[in-house]
Design a protein around this ligand. Structure first.
Ligand SMILES: *[C@@H]1O[C@H](CO)[C@@H](O)[C@H](O)[C@H]1NC(C)=O
Ligand SMILES: *[C@@H]1O[C@H](CO)[C@@H](O)[C@H](O)[C@H]1NC(C)=O
Ligand SMILES: *[C@@H]1O[C@H](CO)[C@@H](O)[C@H](O)[C@H]1NC(C)=O
Ligand SMILES: *[C@@H]1O[C@H](CO)[C@@H](O)[C@H](O)[C@H]1NC(C)=O
Length: 288
């Protein structure tokens, strides 16, 4: 009877606990929380997503006739060449200010089963991208400048239509123009080889810092608060609370709310220069 009674009490407590603490909420909260070692965190570090990139290239089929000016450029579509992308978030660090810093690393691996051929074997004829760029820039210049550009390009022996492998087109081929440009303008052209995917995926190693959601930030805050609470007198705690509240109200008036998982800084800068971001440090300083 005593055993049964104990069991009854246990169930009663359990039932009560389930009503007061919603178990699904606890589980969901735990699974979907971003903290070191959590389910979401492990998932996020190495997302098990199958991302495939299919690439179709255009092959010029009448290079000679086109160069002689007899025919219009004729192209043939070749593809797909499929690459699988693996994304990892490395070196993730939870910062004390409720943000998370990490380095996204992408890798592309060729998938032969899904592709039409071996990109390292297939040769294609493509218009010379670098030469086209220079020519179209020269076209807008004065006649004299255009002549100078044409004269400078001549000794390089550059063909207007290149005969290269698909792999080189995607991942980079040695281009005399690009090599020269990279020595002349190292700021602007910081790569030695010209490749389409190579340029697209040129992440380098970026350090990204994102804002974590309120709940995670509060968890961290709570952990700090509990340590404080023990040896702070009630009066002081109250005044601190008031100050804190005051700060929050003031901040919420002047600053827009922080969105969950929004990017705080990218490589230490709040914006991307090549996406038109202009540093506004002086503006920020005035606001503060
Ligand atoms: C591309 O076109 C050329 C002719 O211009 C041809 O010799 C070559 O085989 C074609 N490449 C592929 C991959 O079909
Ligand atoms: C990760 O951190 C280690 C040590 O701090 C560093 O050596 C490594 O280069 C970092 N990895 C990346 C991808 O930045
Ligand atoms: C939070 O800390 C990180 C690392 O110390 C820093 O890069 C970031 O700018 C900080 N963000 C805010 C909003 O203070
Ligand atoms: C492209 O170059 C390869 C090797 O140099 C050669 O075998 C092939 O005939 C060339 N293709 C064309 C269309 O000129």
């Amino acid at each position: 009877v005593v055993k049964l009674c104990c069991l009854g009490v246990l169930f009663l407590t359990l039932a009560y606990a389930i009503i007061v603490i919603d178990p699904t909420e606890v589980i969901v909260e735990d699974k979907l929380s971003m903290y070191e070692g959590s389910y979401l965190n492990r998932l996020w570090k190495k997302p098990p997503l199958e991302v495939f990139i299919s690439i179709y290239v255009f092959n010029v089929t009448n290079p000679e006739a086109f160069m002689r000016g007899e025919e219009r450029l004729r192209v043939q579509e070749i593809g797909p060449y499929v690459y699988q992308e693996f994304l990892e978030h490395r070196n993730s660090t939870f910062n004390p200010n409720g943000t998370l810093s990490f380095v996204p690393v992408r890798r592309q691996v060729f998938v032969p089963e899904r592709s039409v051929g071996d990109p390292k074997e297939d040769r294609i004829m493509i218009p010379n991208i670098a030469l086209l760029g220079v020519s179209s820039a020269a076209y807008r210049m004065s006649t004299f400048a255009a002549f100078a550009v044409a004269a400078a390009l001549k000794p390089l022996g550059m063909a207007p239509i290149l005969n290269i492998t698909t792999h080189d087109l995607l991942w980079g081929y040695d281009d005399p123009l690009v090599r020269i440009a990279s020595t002349l303008l190292p700021e602007l052209i910081h790569f030695q080889k010209l490749g389409i995917l190579d340029r697209m995926f040129d992440d380098g190693f970026d350090t990204v810092t994102i804002n974590l959601p309120e709940s995670v930030r509060n968890q961290q805050q709570d952990a700090e608060d509990t340590i404080l609470d023990d040896d702070v007198s009630d009066d002081l705690a109250e005044s601190l609370q008031e100050e804190y509240y005051h700060d929050m109200v003031l901040r919420s008036k002047t600053e827009e709310p922080i969105r969950d998982y929004s990017i705080d800084v990218w490589n230490g800068s709040p914006g991307l220069a090549h996406w038109g971001y202009v540093a506004k440090d002086h503006w920020d300083a005035e606001q503060r």
